[in-house]
Design a binder for this molecule. Structure first.
Ligand SMILES: [Zn+2]
Length: 69
């Protein structure tokens, strides 16, 4: 196993809910095949997906935009 050379902090810089930066980031693919970073926040336990090379919008597990509530 080798670590990806891309810094995923650029894709998932901070939690969309609490703005915390202590995220666990895992490179995965969305169900539609888009490569993405799954981020889990250590502060508030929120999770979100961020498309690699996307616009930084936090997505839910089905790939649709996640909204703050
Ligand atoms: Zn958070």
């Amino acid at each position: 196993m080798t670590r990806p050379v891309v810094d995923d902090r650029a894709t998932a810089p901070a939690c969309h809910a609490c703005a915390g930066t202590d995220l666990t980031r895992v490179r995965l693919a969305l169900p539609d095949g888009r490569p993405a970073v799954f981020a889990s926040c250590a502060g508030c336990e929120t999770t979100a997906w961020y498309v690699l090379g996307g616009d930084g919008t936090p997505l839910g597990p089905d790939g649709s935009p996640r909204t703050l509530d």
